[in-house]
Design a protein around this ligand. Structure first.
Ligand code: IPE
Ligand code: IPE
Ligand code: MG
Length: 262
């Protein structure tokens, strides 16, 4: 635990998370507390996104994944879903230049076919426009669900099996992992959830197997750079053991949870 009076400081001796994933929760409550409609909270949340992206880039984080819309969020009132889609559209359109300028490559993960054709097109264009960037990767999880991800991977393997390209005995963690979304990237080292709930809500079920979990009651629109720094400082103070003993970890130089395909 961090001492409450000590200034928040990164430890230059300890590794930073290579991949940070964030469940951005609490927009609705943020708005309600101010007597505003829920969408005002989503709108305000876009500013927190901008701030987190900028800070992660400056920290040298390799991948930032933001959970923007879950496969279950379709069940919300139609008006709220519609406003979220509009917000995606305008954010993709407006942010591309900033992303390019900062060398950030955008990727959208999730079942995209459920979105309207214009939004799908906007996603393709934003990805294309930032494809050459060599800095941080920003993944936006939209209509993403951890169960969906495992099912889509299983379906790919079933097709390979039926085609005789894969035998059942060959199926192992590496093969299933390689068929998941973003198998080419490291698994999240640090998984943050804002808004006070302590649950995964069907986010990365497979890839977060060894993520360090960090829950904060701060509502997403209030999640500022000090709050993100606090999460990273907390992460640096953890000992990741991956099933080993603490002593084994101390004698090993560095440990990390590699990509989904490993
Ligand atoms: C998270 O904030 C954003 C999305 C799920 C799209 P919420 O809208 O869930 O906010 P709360 O949890 O109702 O406060
Ligand atoms: C999780 O938040 C999904 C996103 C942040 C996009 P929810 O607000 O949908 O989660 P629950 O319903 O409280 O579990
Ligand atoms: Mg919520």
């Amino acid at each position: 635990m961090h001492h409450p009076d000590a200034p928040l400081q990164l430890d230059a001796e300890r590794p930073l998370p290579r991949h940070i994933a964030i469940i951005m929760d609490g927009n609705g409550r943020w708005a309600r507390q101010r007597g505003l409609p829920r969408h005002a909270g989503h709108r305000e949340g876009v500013k927190a996104v901008r701030s987190a992206v900028e800070q992660c880039r400056l920290l040298g984080v390799e991948v930032l994944t933001l959970f923007a819309f879950s496969s279950e969020n379709w069940k919300r009132p139609q008006q709220e879903v519609g406003l979220l889609m509009e917000l995606f559209m305008s954010a993709l359109r407006k942010e591309v230049r900033r992303l390019r300028r900062n060398g950030i490559r955008l990727r959208v993960i999730g079942e995209r076919s459920a979105f309207g054709p214009r939004l799908q097109q906007q996603m393709v264009e934003a990805e294309r426009a930032t494809a050459a960037a060599e800095g941080m990767i920003l993944q936006v999880a939209a209509n993403y669900g951890g169960r969906w991800d495992i099912v889509q991977a299983a379906r790919q393997l079933a097709v390979a099996l039926a085609a005789g390209e894969l035998r059942a005995e060959q199926l192992d963690e590496a093969r299933l992992g390689a068929a998941l979304s973003f198998a080419d990237l490291p698994n999240p080292d640090l998984l943050i959830r804002t808004g006070g709930e302590q649950r995964i809500s069907n986010f990365m079920l497979w890839q977060a197997a060894y993520s360090e979990l960090y829950f904060t009651s701060i509502l997403w629109p209030d999640f500022d750079q000090a709050a993100l720094l606090a999460a990273v400082v907390d992460f640096q103070q953890r000992q990741r053991r991956f099933g080993l003993t603490g002593e084994q970890v101390v004698s090993a130089s560095s440990l990390s949870d590699g990509g989904g395909g490993q």
